[in-house]
Design a protein around this ligand. Structure first.
Ligand SMILES: [Fe+2]
Length: 345
């Protein structure tokens, strides 16, 4: 029987490769593992050929170095088969674009940084087909995220408040502002399709974070059901109070047995207006990474665990997406009660 599933995604991958500036004669490598979606490999293969690129499909064995579940989570420790194979690393570093179609990616793997430093562009793709097409980026999205990055770079302090009781302050000195915009166009650029967000790494946020019912805990892909109150002192989560969700977070951090599990990691806000907050409820957990929660326009996204700029190597990575927050930079509001301020849109 003819299998035409990949044809559904051919045009989307072609559009994506064009956004990622794949041109005739470039070298594109599709990196996959046995559990990767074969329709994505096929669609990307055809799309790269149609643009005149050289294309190779490379499938490596599954298996990650972390002692935790890690498919579609966002912790991105990378596959051992690449982390321990210098030939694979050299091949990827020689590509112009790597389309990372593995189930978890290499987001937090130092090896990925070395490949990027060679000038290779990497685009990570693991979400369901309609999540990709519904959130297809536009070239002008980059202007929005760069404006947000500029705003963070020129500010000295971020405050986050909410009607639920969140009241957090973070010094933005040396916070390394960055972005995701859903395509990888510049040499050495890593990005994630779909995404559109501004994120940075405050060293010592202090105050109170109150999670409200409906906020989203990732990588669990669960909605908060009962209010959770976290007291944070200089980046350390001193206490977690509340009901069942508080106990879940407390247990996770205890079970991790990880020095950095109770410390804050990146923070920022989402800019992806096409994102659907309820996508987290509508797909199987193996079908999505949860990017519509992470990049939802006007969310406040904060996280725990790894902090590369402070040398904190950790697999205990939570991303927590919150609605209804007001985010201000030196008193200038960029997100008001969970909605993007006009100039950030
Ligand atoms: Fe994260």
């Amino acid at each position: 029987m003819t299998n035409l599933q990949s044809m559904d995604m051919l045009a989307a991958f072609r559009q994506q490769l064009q956004l990622s500036r794949v041109t005739k004669g470039e070298h594109v490598i599709l990196l996959a593992e046995p559990g990767s979606r074969s329709d994505y490999v096929e669609a990307a293969f055809g799309a790269a050929i149609s643009l005149g690129a050289h294309v190779m499909s490379v499938t490596v064995p599954s298996g990650i170095p972390a002692p935790t579940p890690a498919t579609h989570t966002g912790s991105g420790p990378g596959l051992v088969s690449v982390l321990e194979d210098t030939v694979a690393q050299e091949l990827l570093a020689k590509a112009d674009l790597v389309l990372d179609l593995t189930r978890e990616g290499f987001i937090h793997a130092p090896v990925q940084q070395e490949i990027l430093q060679a000038g290779t562009r990497i685009l990570f793709v693991c979400d369901a087909p309609d999540v990709l097409t519904r959130n297809m980026p536009r070239a002008e999205d980059k202007d929005d995220v760069l404006a947000a990055v500029d705003a963070v770079r020129s500010a000295t302090e971020m405050t986050v408040t909410s009607r639920h009781g969140t009241d957090l302050r973070a010094d933005l000195t040396d916070c390394h502002p960055g972005y995701q915009t859903g395509f990888a166009d510049d040499p050495g650029r890593w990005d994630h399709w779909p995404s559109k967000m501004c994120l940075f790494w405050p060293e010592a946020p202090t105050g109170r974070i109150v999670l409200a019912p409906g906020d989203i805990l990732l990588p669990f892909k669960e909605y908060v059901r009962e209010e959770v109150v976290l007291e944070v002192d200089e980046g350390h989560i001193e206490s977690i109070r509340g009901g069942a969700d508080a106990r879940t977070l407390e247990t996770f951090m205890a079970d991790c047995d990880d020095t950095w599990a109770r410390y804050t990691s990146h923070m920022g806000w989402g800019l992806m207006k096409s994102a659907d907050w309820f996508a987290t409820a509508m797909y199987g957990k193996h079908e999505i990474m949860g990017m519509e929660a992470r990049a939802f326009a006007g969310n406040f996204l904060w996280s725990t665990g790894p902090q590369p700029f402070l040398g904190r190597d950790s697999h205990a990575h939570l991303d927590i997406a919150m609605r209804d927050c007001t985010v201000a930079l030196d008193g200038r509001t960029v997100v008001a009660d969970g909605a993007l301020a006009a100039r950030e849109g």
